[in-house]
Design a protein around this ligand. Sequence first.
Ligand code: UT7
Length: 379
Amino acid sequence: MAVPDTVLSNQHLEAIVETNDEWIRARTGIKERRIAGERESTASLGLRAAQRALDVADILPTAIDLIVVATSTPENIFPSTASLIQNWLGASKAGAFDLSAACSGFVYGVDMATQAIRSGSIQVALVIGAETMTRVLDWQDRGTAILFGDGAGAVVLKGSSIEGGVLSSVLRSDGSGGDLLCIPTVGSEDLNNADFSTNGHKMHKMYMNGSEVFKFATRVIAESIEEALVKADLGIEDISLIVPHQANLRIIQAAARALKIEPDLFMSNLDRYGNTSAASIPIALCEAVQANRVKPGENIAFVGFGGGLTWASMVLRWTGSDLTERRSGRLINQQRRQFSYVLARWRVELRRISRVLGGLVNRLIPGRGRSPDEKTDTL
Ligand code: UT7
């Protein structure tokens, strides 16, 4: 995982919008969130998380076949955030694309990558959830400004003969609720409206009907986890930890009541990071592993929900690396990865220099660099 250093506390927010620490803590469970600095972006946070995931998995960038970035705040419409990260890693054999499923995006991404591995079409995938949500907030809207934060988390998935990994998944969407949670952007039919807004929602800014999304979330979490458990032929008593999307502590408590389990079975770190959308599950997973709350052989579940509306549950048997594990031989691979990152930076520079040189040569040598039409004209 990777989060910005800058902390935005509830007290800081009191100076920005009409709210107070007591209300935010009581109604959401959030105390503070991280906010990206000027030189940080969705791709740079995603890259840092990806580099750490490659270290933990001890995988070289050239071994990656597919990079998926789940995000609602991409660096560009295109190129994808995934392609930027692919280049910075030096993952020269990887395909790359961004996935838009809002706060459910990470679970969707892990499912897509798992299916690609299971089908035999790829061996290694890097799935990243990365967001700079604070860049799309309307700071006058206290219903959203207090909730969201920035960050990224990443996992490496690899084909293996060890039984386990993803046991089942349930992906769902109900587009009829799309207007409850949205960020209108360039393809919107209302882009050219004089007031630059659509249905009263500001262009490129997040809109949320909080209470409706709250009701939707509490309904679908229990339902979809139960469905994923049936598919995996397991019961809730077989699950040692649920890593939910971190939206609101009250949503987690309601889901625990619906599933008739202790709230402690849910991993929660939203007091420190708020809602980081597609990044919240991998960030919470990383902290759960670091805190030794996930051990090899245990069954765990993910559940995401959000814009679309979308929701997704997944049951997994954890076979992942112990983050504290240090094996000899790792150092050499670590150095190889660092070399790959440096080489990737040089490649970009070399490409730029060769373009400038090419332009110069074209200008110096008459006839070079002209279009076929121009050449025909000259003839
Ligand atoms: O990641 C995607 C998924 N997103 C979610 O799951 C978010 C789901 N929704 C929520 O978490 C909650 O609906 C919110 C935290 C957004 C709002 O909490 P709520 O308990 O639903 O509050 P509310 O909107 O019903 O408002 C209750 C009261 C209102 O005052 P009155 O009308 O009762 O006098 C609001 O004006 O609280 C007021 N209020 C606030 N007061 C201080 C609303 N926002 C704030 C605020 N600070 N930030």
